[in-house]
Design a protein around this ligand. Structure first.
Ligand SMILES: [Zn+2]
Length: 295
């Protein structure tokens, strides 16, 4: 496995709720891998969505991490201060003619997504990829609707991406060499009126900017990695190695969520638990296939 030295990892939470044990697993994994390789672990606040910009959660996040004794290196990066940087990357994709406007409303998209997800016995990763209907709109109609000021978001045309970069590879620390087939990926939205960048674009630009060469994150983001690899190739950014850790689940196999106050660090603190007890319960859950039994 070709880890670059010095290793730089990061923990990148979205502060839209209380820090919970799932976050701590992610932070702890990033810190541990950095330490094991004599590297650095950075902190990035992913708050591009205005709903994740509640200063109360950011303050509590910093306080909880400090209490847990998980330290980070260098300056904290805050995405909501970097919209100009993402706009530059978006312009580059625009100039390469890889974006197209999508005029579908959110409710129309939701309806389509629901009808796809109703397909019986089909897990999300196996759903047939359907390009957005706006990809094939005639150029004069697009021009007209843009000129009329119709609301739209911008999608990336993954078929054109493939025509440009082919099928690049990346290394996953657990799963080995992986190949990105852009045309198998969704034409994801990279910007919309109320959010001028998307998670996908911001994460790729920021990992490069921060010199992150080992991305550690939960397995729920594994399906996004081909999109991120394609964006790196198009934007000429370096490719990190990836390590996707298991997610914590309750005894019914349901993923622990932010809204579940019982697993928030604040509630453990209030109940008198120590950081060592929380970290030891997380370690026990990981060695038990991710099943969280609590303290
Ligand atoms: Zn559309």
């Amino acid at each position: 496995m070709s880890l670059l030295f010095p290793v730089t990892t990061r923990f990148a939470p979205t502060p839209s709720g209380a820090l919970h044990v799932g976050h701590v697993l992610a932070a702890f994994t990033a810190r541990r891998l950095a330490d094991a390789h004599g590297g650095r672990c950075l902190l990035r606040i992913e708050d591009i969505d205005s709903r994740a910009r509640d200063v109360r959660w950011v303050n509590q996040l910093m306080e909880d991490l400090d209490w847990l004794g998980i330290r980070f290196d260098g300056e904290v990066m805050v995405q909501s201060r970097r919209f100009g940087v993402y706009a530059t990357a978006l312009r580059e994709l625009h100039d390469k003619e890889l974006l197209y406007p999508c005029f579908c409303s959110r409710s129309m998209r939701r309806h389509e997504e629901e009808s796809i997800s109703r397909a019986p016995h089909t897990p999300p990763s196996k759903r047939p990829h359907r390009p957005d209907r706006c990809r094939s709109l005639p150029a004069d109609e697009v021009e007209q609707r843009l000129a009329a000021g119709e609301a739209h978001s911008w999608r990336i045309d993954m078929q054109r991406v493939q025509d440009s970069i082919g099928c690049p590879t990346w290394e996953d620390l657990c799963a080995g060499v992986q190949r990105c087939i852009p045309s198998d990926c969704e034409d994801v939205i990279l910007s919309r009126k109320d959010t001028p960048t998307s998670y996908h674009l911001a994460v790729v630009v920021d990992d490069a900017q921060q010199g992150v060469n080992l991305v550690t994150r939960g397995r729920d983001l594994m399906e996004s990695t081909p999109i991120h690899r394609a964006l790196q190739a198009i934007l000429g950014l370096p490719t990190p190695v990836y390590a996707h850790h298991p997610l914590l689940r309750d005894s019914n196999g349901v993923r622990l969520a932010k809204r579940d106050q019982a697993t928030s660090i604040a509630s453990f603190r209030e109940a008198g638990y120590s950081p060592a007890q929380i970290l030891s319960s997380i370690r026990a859950a990981v060695s038990n296939g991710g099943i969280w039994k609590g303290n």
